[in-house]
Design a protein around this ligand. Sequence first.
Ligand code: COS
Length: 390
Amino acid sequence: MVDFTLTEEQQNLREMAHDFAVKEIRPVAWDYDREGTWPQDIIEKAWEVGLMNSHIPLEYGGPGAGFLDGCLIEEELAWGCSGIQTSLACNGLASTPVMLGGSEELKREYLGRLIEAPLLASFCLTEPDAGSDVSGMRTTAERRGDRYVINGSKCFITNGGYANWYTVFAKTDKDAGHRGISAFVVPRDAGVVVDKKEDKLGQRASNTATVSFTDVEIPAGNLLGAENEGFKLAMMTLDRTRPGVAAMAVGVARAAFEFATNYSRERVQFGVPIAMHQAVQFMIADMATDIEAARLLTWKSAVMLDQGQRNTLISAHAKRFAADAAMKVATDAIQVYGGYGFIKEFPVEKLFRDAKIMQLYEGTSQIQRLVIARETLLPRHAQESQTVAV
Ligand code: COS
């Protein structure tokens, strides 16, 4: 049976996240965007009420919520402000490799830190010359006795300037391409240096930084999964986090759609509200369909994870479709506002800027298409690669 009804618990969770977005995020979102204000106050409040780290299992002190539950939260908070929500959600990205490949000791220590205090963690995969092409990374981790020594630099790191610890991908075998990458937990106090904070087009309240590692030594036990299994760990992580990005894209699209529909009811041209003109109605109709379809794909990609199924294909469908939908809906929302949509005094230009990153981070829309084409032409077994060697 296919049933799209949320449980009472899920409905309550969604309502709670929505209330939080209305009371704590929306009132400051446009100011924080303008100034590029770091939302420390909101992070602390969200952590306090349990809207962060929803994915951390009960055994490590977390709420142990499912992937669909996480998507419900992500859509609502991103409806409030996707920049702020990106900062709130990033712990999920950083801690997924720990949950998938960390030793018991690592999980207790590092997942525990996120539960005990409103701390942040970052996921360090991208480098200046290795974005879509993950295996082109140059950061190295050299084994010396019971330590690894890390050297290199990572860019576009969400929350990089504020993280307490980092999940870092590095080459342990420089000549082995994707089979020479390993993943590690690196505490900030091991010597991580934050080099640069980016000044961005959108999601300006989130922190995006370059972090570098110069002879940063960590215990060998901080390796996640087996040595040289890091690429797979990164891919498995992205399969699990792309539904959340898709949910955020739905949240941004919904926000733009609501502003546009309300405005179309008020703005009078040719003697009637512009909502009476079919040209505008068709734009509103297309926005509504895109949002509905994007949410269905998002939920499907999350439910598959909750059912323990491999979701690589659907996750890429969801991320690609929802990101492109958010961009289109935000663009059309400006169109509905006409010239006013282009002015910073009105709300939709922020959403247009925020939507753009959805097509870029956690895999561009082109990378999602590449994954979709591969999974369609050369499908992998549904249960394949659900675990990593530790
Ligand atoms: N789950 C588990 N294993 C996976 C996997 C997945 N979703 N996708 C690929 N793999 C495995 C493959 O099975 C293959 O294993 P073997 O070494 O046993 O052959 C290996 O990983 C390599 O796979 P593939 O040949 O598909 O890798 P490519 O180098 O061609 O690259 C893309 C694959 C381009 C899809 C990948 O590099 C990617 O996702 N890039 C985008 C990265 C990204 O999203 N960056 C954003 C920054 S992170 S916020």
